[in-house]
Design a protein around this ligand. Structure first.
Ligand code: ADP
Length: 617
């Protein structure tokens, strides 16, 4: 992953801070709302339960509160008070009270005289009977003695059992003779309500818990007591041996008799916050409470907080991811754009270079073409110049030649004149044989003169003839036919051997014949003085070429002459026998027919050997 860049980092930081701020505010708000709603829910549920509990308590009290009033009008009680020392009567009353106590399901029922001494009691047969005991200090007695219903909650001093006391004055003719008391057992209240899982408390006006579904909290106080109050409680022996420890600390007062309190007891010294709902019961002088652990609310708040926090974190991460993606995309686009631009630049550069190269190449090409044209022109000029030069050379030598020709022709002409004169003389004298011989000499001389003409004509030619497929046999035969008189005259034997017989070449028939005539003619001339007088004409195939050889039994060519024999006008022959043009012309003709001619070196005294090479047809 690429390193996070500065603007991205700043964005992440700002977004993070914003999310943190929003998150904190949101969490705080949701916490508050959820907490309040939770407390409200708990309150409404608690209120309903509390009402039910209060109704139940009121029911219990109502059931018993009229009982002492009823008993007070009983004659048995009045008579007993009037005659407290009549044992029989008292015994009877004891039994009577026991019966009443059993029927009304009260804890104790007893009768006190106006001094507070108990004269008869339902528990007269039990281990600690009330009979003979004085309870004048009890507030319910004092209240009843004032002529009204006395109510009181206390721990029984004799039984050590908690009870709610109802006391009513027993009167006769308006005079209060004593007080009848019933004690209601409230253990059953705790048992029946303790099973529901709610913490109900009932406190007396001093705030001491005397009914509770949690037995450990009994005789503890909801709030710290003032020292005087504490002393008073101890003195009244209302709750003997009670610890009067403080059970709760108030954390927050809510409207409508609600408080958030911190509850701590022996089981849970650290304590936890609870919702305390209070409802006063003025008729009994009590306050009834329900304590509900607000842990569930806190838990719910925590859960909601976790969910809100997680959602916020998720949203934050999502935003980060999206932003990161956006940055990456922007980066990618940038890179792509950069790459595209670089590529474009490279492409442009390349195109420019290609153009430059093309321009250079075109220029070079043009130059080359021009050079080629120049060369062609030069070649053309050269060829023309060469041809012209040759022609000029020919013209130049024409003068030289004409002297030679003059000499060549003058000699036979002079000879013909003298032979003619001689022939005339011999005819006049009738000597026909001699005259014929002279004529033959004349004919021979004219033939030689004609030969000179032919050679000159060949030399002055500029172009070659048409190339065709030429059967070699025919060309050689033609040449030999032309040379026949010369061969016969010189007594030379000519051997022809072609392998294969029907060998064919690409050449111009006439020109090739001229070349062969020239070579064979030279060979005959060379062979004449020798003893053998033999000329060999051979032809054979050599790959794509045909090699034609003309060999003779003459003296051969000296090493001195050899480099010059193809030069024009080079001749070793006597004047009138050769112009020195035969081999020159032959070489040129063969070159034009894409052929060649060379001298094959021979051992001394072996004669000369010329080899022509031509394309096979
Ligand atoms: P020409 O026959 O008129 O002299 P060529 O060009 O035919 O002219 O020959 C040039 C020279 O080459 C001859 O003068 C001769 O010296 C030499 N030559 C040609 N053919 C032969 C041959 N068969 N044997 C010896 N010398 C030869």
């Amino acid at each position: 992953m690429s390193v996070i860049k500065k603007p991205q980092r700043r964005f992440f930081l700002v977004t993070g801070m914003a999310f943190l701020l929003i998150g904190t505010v949101m969490l705080w708000l949701t916490s508050r709302v959820m907490y309040h709603r939770g407390i409200e829910d708990l309150s409404s549920q608690g209120t309903v339960k509390l009402e039910l509990f209060v109704t139940y308590l009121q029911g219990v009290l109502k059931t018993y509160q009229s009982l002492p009033e009823l008993l007070a009008i009983d004659d048995n009680l009045v008579n007993a008070l009037l005659n407290p020392r009549e044992d029989q009567r008292i015994n009877k009353l004891n039994r009577y009270l026991e019966t009443i106590n059993a029927i009304s399901d009260t804890a104790d029922t007893y009768l006190m005289d106006k001094e507070g001494l108990t004269i008869a009691a339902s528990n007269w047969q039990e281990e600690h009977p009330f009979v003979g005991r004085n309870f004048s200090y009890r507030p319910y007695f004092l209240e009843a003695m004032k002529g009204q219903l006395g109510r009181y909650f206390a721990l029984g001093t004799t039984s050590s059992k908690r009870g709610y006391y109802f006391a009513y004055p027993v009167r006769r003719a308006g005079e209060i003779l004593g007080v009848v008391v019933i004690k209601v057992n409230i253990d059953s209240v705790e048992q029946s309500w303790g099973e529901r899982g709610d913490n109900f408390l009932v406190t007396d006006p001093d705030g001491v818990v005397f009914i509770t579904t949690e037995p450990d909290w009994r005789y503890q106080t909801l709030h710290p007591l003032e020292e005087t109050v504490r002393k008073q409680i101890i003195e009244s022996r209302r709750y003997p041996n009670a610890s009067l420890a403080v059970l709760t600390d108030t954390r927050q007062d809510l409207e409508g008799n609600r408080q958030i309190v911190h509850l701590h007891d022996q089981n849970n010294p650290v304590g936890r916050n609870h919702l305390l709902l209070t409802r006063n019961m003025p008729e009994a002088g009590w306050s009834v409470h329900i304590l509900t652990d607000i842990q569930t609310v806190k838990k719910r708040v925590w859960w909601v907080n976790i969910m809100v926090g997680a959602s916020l974190l998720l949203t934050f991460l999502l935003v980060l991811l999206l932003k990161q993606r956006q940055y990456r995309l922007a980066e990618l686009t940038l890179i792509r754009e950069k790459t595209r631009r670089t590529l474009q630049r490279a492409n442009e550069k390349l195109e420019l270079r290609v153009k430059e190269r093309t321009r250079e190449l075109t220029a070079i090409n043009k130059l080359l073409r021009r050079e080629i044209q120049d060369r062609q022109r030069t070649e053309e000029t050269l060829r023309k110049t060469r041809n012209e030069l040759i022609h000029a050379a020919k013209m130049a030598v024409l003068g030289q030649m004409s002297a030679g020709i003059n000499h060549e022709l003058n000699q036979p002409l002079a000879a013909i004149r003298s032979y003619t004169d001689n022939g005339k003389e011999f005819l006049k004298k009738g000597r026909h044989e001699e005259a014929l011989w002279n004529l033959e000499q004349i004919a021979e001389l004219t033939e030689r003169m004609a030969q000179i003409g032919v050679q000159l004509k060949l030399f002055s030619r500029k172009t070659s003839g048409q190339m065709t497929v030429v059967p070699l046999h025919g060309v050689i035969d033609g040449a030999l036919e032309i040379l026949k008189p010369s061969i016969r005259k010189r007594g030379v034997q000519v051997n022809v051997r072609l392998v294969p017989e029907n060998i064919e070449v690409k050449a111009n028939n006439l020109l090739l014949q001229q070349v062969l005539i020239n070579l064979i003619s030279n060979a005959i001339q060379a062979a004449e003085p020798s003893d053998l007088k033999i000329v060999h004409v051979t032809a054979e195939l050599n790959g794509n070429a045909v090699l034609i050889r003309v060999m003779d039994s003459g003296p051969g060519i000296t090493a001195e002459d050899l480099p010059h024999i193809f030069e024009p006008f080079f001749t070793t022959k006597k004047s009138g026998q050769g112009l020195g043009l035969g081999l020159t012309i032959s070489e040129r003709i063969l070159q034009e027919m894409r052929g060649s001619i060379r001298v094959i070196p021979q051992a001394k005294g072996q004669g000369a050997c010329f080899e022509i090479s031509l394309e096979k047809a």
